[in-house]
Design a protein around this ligand. Structure first.
Ligand code: NAG
Ligand code: NAG
Length: 516
C-alpha cells in the first residue's frame, strides 16, 4: 500500500530492509551493519525536493496529498524593535565565506526521535545542496546558553580558541585542524578553509564561540533534548542556497514549536551597514499565475480540478479572473519550483501519469531511425545469430594499445590524446576496436574455446582538415562574384593564447587585389 502511495505521490519506494546502517553503507564506509529489528523504508526522493528529506516533511506532504490535513500556514514572527536577535557580518568574511543567514525556533520540544531527525536532516542537506559544506554549512545552537548580538567574522587560526563539540578542552583553530585530520567524518571538510589566512568564526556578545564554519560547532552551545530555543545559522559562499537551507530547516522543525509553524526572524547586518531580515522565502514570490497551459487544462476538464490537484501537492491554488487563471501559492518548502513547468509537473503527478490520455502530438514530425543505427541493429542481430558474443569495451585506452602493440607509431594514428588522463589505461580515445576485443579475450582466457566476439561501436580520429584559426561555427568566408577573397570570424582561443593574448578577438581579412 505504501509502495502504491509513494508512486502516486511521484516517489519510489526503493526497498524495505531491516539493515540499520544504510547511510554509512552508502558512504562506502565500513561500519558494523548488524541487522536490527527496526524495519526501514528506503525511499527515492528527487534531488531537488529538500522538503522530503526528513520524516516531518515527507509525512506532511503525504498527509496533504491524501487530504487528511491542510497545508500548514508558515508564519514569520518579527520581534519588536530591539528584542530580536542580530547577526553582524564583518568585512573580514568577504575573502573566505561571505554570506550568513539565521533564524530562531522558539519554545521547541525535542524528543529523541525529533532530535535525531533534526541532526539527520542537517547531515543530508550538508551532503547534497550544501555540496559537502562548500556552499553552505549549518550550525544549530541552544540560544539560552548565549547572548546576542552575534558576530560572524574571520580571524587568523592562532587567534581563534574554543572547546569544539564533544571535546574536553580548548584548542586553537590550528590545533583543531590537526585534531580532525584523522577524523573519518570531519577530515573531508578541512580543505575548505585550510591554508587560508583567516578562518570563519561566529561569536556571541561575550566572546563565546558558536561555531567555526564549515568545520565544527563549539561545545558550549550544544543542543540537547532539553533545548527550548534554537538559534540556526547558515554560512556559505552561495547566498541563494543558504536561504533555501534555512527555509528547509525552519519549515520542517517549527512543527515542534509551542506555536507550530512559526519562526522568529533574525536581522543580519552586512559590512556596508545594510540589514536583511531572515528567513525569506526563496520560492517564486507568493503568487504565480499559470496561463496558456491549455493542453493540460483540457485533459483535466476544468481549472478548478487543476487547482484541487495542485493544492494536494502543497501548492495552494484557486481559480481567479475569468475562470481560466489560477493563483498558486508557492510555500517556502518548495525552492525546487522555478518555472511554470515545475507546477505543471506536480499537477500531472497528482492527476496520475497513468490517467493521462494518449493523444497524437500536433507537431508534424515523422520520427525515423538513422540509417547507420538501423544497419548497426541488423548487424548485431545477425552476428549474434551466427554465434558471436557482443562485447562492449571502453572507448578510452592506453597509447600502447593503439600504437606500439599494433606495430604503429602514435603520431600515425591521428588519435585524440587526453591532456590529463587519470590512469595509464585511459590516455587516448580508441582509433580501432581491435585492442578492446583482444583485451577482452585476454581477460577470458579461462573460458572454453572457441571465443567468438564482436563489437560495433564508435571510434575517434582527428579530422586533419579541422585545423583553423577560427572558432568553429563562428567564421565565414567572403565571396565576390563567386571568388573567395577573404575570411572573417572569432579567433580560436588556442590561437589567442599562442600569441600571448588574453582577450577574445575578432578579425576580417580581405585580399584587395581582385578589386584593382
Ligand atoms: C515561549 O515561551 C515563553 C515562556 O513560556 C513565552 O513567554 C513566549 O511567549 C513563548 N513564545 C512563543 C513564540 O511561543
Ligand atoms: C558528539 O557526540 C554525540 C553524542 O555522542 C554524537 O552523536 C555526535 O556525532 C558527536 N559529534 C561530533 C562532531 O563529534
Amino acid at each position: 500500500e505504501f509502495d502504491e502511495l509513494c508512486f502516486e505521490f511521484g516517489l519510489e519506494l526503493d526497498e524495505i530492509t531491516s539493515e540499520k546502517d544504510i547511510i554509512s553503507k552508502e558512504k562506502g564506509e565500513e561500519k558494523a551493519k548488524g541487522a536490527s529489528d527496526v524495519v526501514l523504508y528506503k525511499i527515492d526522493v528527487p534531488a531537488n525536493r529538500y522538503d522530503l528529506l526528513c520524516l516531518e516533511g515527507l509525512v506532511r506532504g503525504l498527509q496533504v496529498f491524501k487530504e487528511r490535513i491542510n497545508l500548514p500556514k508558515f508564519e514569520k514572527i518579527i520581534p519588536a524593535e530591539g528584542e530580536g536577535q542580530r547577526l553582524i557580518v564583518t568585512e573580514q568574511t568577504a575573502q573566505i565565506r561571505p554570506h550568513a543567514v539565521a533564524a530562531v525556533l522558539r519554545n521547541i520540544t525535542f524528543t529523541k526521535d525529533r532530535y535525531d531527525s533534526f541532526i539527520d536532516l542537517q547531515e543530508k542537506l550538508h551532503q547534497n545542496i550544501c555540496r559537502k559544506r562548500a556552499l553552505v554549512a549549518i550550525g544549530t545552537h541552544d540560544l539560552d546558553t548565549i547572548t546576542g548580538p552575534f558576530t560572524f567574522t574571520a580571524k587568523a587560526p592562532s587567534e581563534i580558541k574554543f572547546k569544539p563539540l564533544n571535546q574536553s578542552k580548548e584548542y586553537t583553530a590550528s590545533q583543531i585542524m590537526d585534531l580532525y585530520r584523522t577524523d573519518s567524518h570531519l577530515r573531508h571538510y578541512l580543505h575548505l578553509i585550510e591554508n587560508k589566512p583567516r578562518y570563519p568564526v561566529i561569536y556571541d556578545s561575550n566572546g563565546v564561540v558558536l561555531s567555526m564554519p564549515p568545520i565544527i560547532n563549539g561545545d558550549h552551545t550544544k543542543i540537547s533534548l532539553k533545548t527550548r530555543n534554537v538559534f540556526i545559522e547558515c554560512t556559505g559562499t552561495d547566498i541563494t542556497k543558504a536561504k533555501i537551507v534555512l527555509d528547509i530547516m525552519v519549515t520542517m522543525f517549527s512543527e515542534y514549536c509551542e506555536k507550530p509553524f512559526t519562526v522568529e526572524a533574525v536581522e543580519v547586518v552586512h559590512p556596508n551597514g545594510k540589514t536583511h531580515i531572515y528567513p525569506v522565502s526563496t520560492a517564486l514570490g507568493d503568487l504565480c499565475v499559470l496561463r496558456e497551459r491549455a493542453s493540460l487544462t483540457q485533459t483535466l476538464e476544468t481549472p478548478s480540478s487543476l487547482a484541487k490537484l495542485l493544492t494536494r501537492m502543497c501548492l495552494k491554488s484557486h481559480v481567479t479572473g475569468n475562470g481560466n487563471h489560477l493563483e498558486i501559492e508557492i510555500p517556502p518548502t518548495r525552492a525546487d519550483i522555478i518555472h511554470a513547468c515545475d507546477i505543471v509537473e506536480d499537477a500531472a503527478i497528482a492527476y496520475g501519469y497513468n490517467n493521462i490520455q494518449m493523444v497524437i502530438p500536433k507537431t508534424y514530425t515523422i520520427a525515423n531511425q538513422l540509417p547507420l543505427n538501423k544497419l548497426t541493429e541488423l548487424l548485431r542481430l545477425d552476428l549474434a545469430a551466427a554465434g558471436f558474443t557482443e562485447a562492449l569495451t571502453f572507448a578510452l585506452c592506453s597509447q600502447e594499445d593503439i600504437a606500439d602493440k599494433l606495430g604503429t607509431d602514435i603520431s600515425a594514428t591521428n588519435a585524440v590524446i587526453i591532456a590529463n588522463p587519470k590512469t595509464a589505461e585511459f590516455q587516448v580515445a580508441r582509433t580501432t576496436l581491435l585492442p578492446g576485443l583482444l583485451k577482452t579475450i585476454a581477460a577470458n582466457r579461462k573460458m572454453p574455446l572457441p571465443l567468438k566476439l564482436f563489437e560495433i561501436s564508435d571510434i575517434v580520429v582527428k579530422d586533419p582538415n579541422a585545423g583553423t584559426a577560427f572558432f568553429p561555427g563562428r567564421c565565414a568566408e567572403v565571396f565576390v562574384k563567386g571568388q573567395s577573397v577573404g575570411k572573417l570570424g572569432v579567433v580560436h582561443p588556442d590561437v589567442i593564447t599562442k600569441f600571448e593574448l588574453t582577450m577574445p578577438c575578432s578579425v576580417l581579412e580581405i585580399n584587395i587585389e581582385p578589386f584593382v
